[in-house]
Structure formats: structure tokens, C-alpha cells
Design a protein around this ligand. Sequence first.
Ligand SMILES: O[C@H]1[C@H](O)[C@@H](O)[C@H](O)[C@@H](O)[C@H]1O
Ligand SMILES: [Fe+2]
Ligand SMILES: [Fe+2]
Length: 378
Amino acid sequence: MTILIDQPPLEIEVNEKKVTNSEEMELVLEGGFVVPNANAFGHTFRDYNVESDRQYGVENFYKTNHICQTYEFVKKMREEYGKLDKVEMGIWECCELLNNIVDESDPDLDEPQIEHLLQTAEAIRKDYPDEDWLHLTGLIHDLGKILLHPIFSKLPQWAVVGDTFPVGCAFDESIVHHKYFKENPDFNNPKYNNKYGVYSEGCGLEKVLMSWGHDDYMYMVAKENKTTLPSAALFIIRFHSFYALHRSGAYKYLMNEEDKENLEWLKIFNKYDLYSKSRVRVDVEKVKPYYLSLIEKYFPAKLSWEKFIKSQQLRALKEQAGLEFNLFQESLNKIGSATASARLEIASSTIEDLSSPLPREENAGTFDGVALRSWNAG
Ligand SMILES: O[C@H]1[C@H](O)[C@@H](O)[C@H](O)[C@@H](O)[C@H]1O
Ligand SMILES: [Fe+2]
Ligand SMILES: [Fe+2]
């Protein structure tokens, strides 16, 4: 029997079987991957309203994210980060740097990101052994989270992670915690707050500005460094967090024919990205040679990345962070004082980080392998 889980299909159906074991129903993807019934915290995947240890942080994350991600903000970030002339680094080096990064927007995972990359890639590899490009896509899809790294850009979480959505047209109601968009300046701007906004029917997603974060950044890095990965891989990287489209079917009218084909692969990819999240760790050393061979096949040994933002952008970010700070203060009034002071500390340190002097240009050369290793060890 073929059934679908968790959302109505768009153009394709990912074949899944429902099998019964002694106590509960499990969902099995066509290739054999077993979709777990619950995430590592015992809740349904992507439940943004269930009370859990992560719920407060995740909701607060989306509040800030939805208020700060405006059309203007995205345009500036794309311009700045599209330059890609500051740092040279290989793909695997970047994976290793994600060893210390935890994503605050994710209700399903609090493991370091390198685990998530390998879990996704390995789950795909088992079910699609011949699609090596898709294994590598699994490995690299979240590498853009390097923007959070203290020795990289150190952007605040709201500017890096979480589900993404188009800016420049109306925010669809299917977007997680949609209510917080009311405070986004674009919400009341007649240029942007209607179905098409600055876009047109079938214009193609390539032309659509998405809220700024790890997806768009990694897409730029892969594309500009002339990866030989197929267009479906680049599409997956750029839109894998666009749940409003691939899960809820919103914004379909912006797609062109090529987008529709690529969306089929994205929907397959998404099952592995989402449901492979677990506490079971992959043996990094064991799988490393395989992934190094794929990296060599599809990428140059060193890629160019944009690491720092310039003063103008920094100022803009500081203003946004001021907004973030206010949000924290507002929430302080609502929660108990012990947690409140802890939150205040976090908020203030975000502001401090953003106010610290700009890194000097001469620091922005090739990565020093030794320095990187010692940072990791420390
Ligand atoms: O919280 C997660 C996380 O940031 C993922 O990397 C992203 O792809 C998802 O869309 C989001 O829900
Ligand atoms: Fe992601
Ligand atoms: Fe992911």
C-alpha cells in the first residue's frame, strides 16, 4: 500500500509503506528508511506548539526572525555575502567547523550540526546508493550555518537558521508562527504585502528573494565556486528550509517548469533531512574517505567564501539586534526572574558581539589550518 505522511502531495508522491510492528505503526520510505514516530524529545516532528524544553527558545527565535527579515535586509545581505572573496576553505574543513554549532530554531535536534549532515547523507546513501550527487547534497546542505561560527561571521541565529520564506510578497499563513510577521515593516508595505508583490506568475524561484540564511548563502558558495553538482542539488540547497512550499504547497504560482521538476527531488530529500535527526551518532572517521572522494568529484579543493560584513551592514545588523534586544526585554516581563536574567545575559552579549570592532581586512585571508585546529581543540 502506498500512503503519504504529514502533508498533501504536490506533483509527486514519495512512496511510503505503513507497516505494523507489535505496538505501533511505523512509516517506511520506499528505499527502506524507517520514519520514526517521534523525535529525540519524544514529540512529533516539527511540532512548534507542543510544550517542551526547546519550545520557548524556538518560538522566541521565530519572533525575532519574522520581525527582522525584510526585503531590504535580504537584499543587503545577498549583496555583501555574494562577493565571496575573503576566505579560502575546503568543504570537509567546513563540515568539521560545524562540530560546535547547535541550531536554536530546531525543535527536533540539539546535536552538533556535523552529526546532522552525516545522518542525512548516510540515510540517503542507504536508500539511493547510485545517486552520489544526492549523498553529497545531504552532506553540504546545511554548511551555510558556518555563518554562526565565532571565527566566521558570528551572525545571530535569526539571520542564519530556521524555515525560510519569500520576501517582497505577502507572508503565507502556513509559515511557522506566522503571527509574528505583524511587526515586520514589510507587513504593512503595499509594495510587498500582496500575493505577487515584486514578482509575477511563473517568474521562477531563481528570481525570488528568500529570507536570508544558511540556505541562500551555501547556494551562492556552491554556485560561484563552480560545483559540477546538478541543478536539482543547487535547488535543494537553496530551498530545503522553504517548508511553506515543499510541505504546504504555498507560493507554487511563482515556480517555472524547471522548479517543478526540481521540487520532486527536494521532497524526497526532505524526508531524510527531517526524519534522520536522532541521537545516534555516525562514525565520522569511517565514512570520511567516501565523502572526501565525492567532494573531489564535485568541488574544487578550496572554495572562496565571504566571511565578514562591512560597516554599513554591521550598522544595519546592530539596529536589528536592538530590535532583538527589545524583544528579549519584553519577554522578560512575561517569564520568571531566574530565567529572565539568563536571557538578558544572552541578549546583551549578542549586542556586544555586534558592536565589537570590525575584523581587520588583513585577517581576512586564507584560513590558517593550525589556528583552526587549535580553536577546535579549545
Ligand atoms: O530549524 C530548522 C533548521 O534551521 C534547518 O536547517 C532548516 O533547514 C529547517 O527548515 C529548520 O526548520
Ligand atoms: Fe537547513
Ligand atoms: Fe538539515
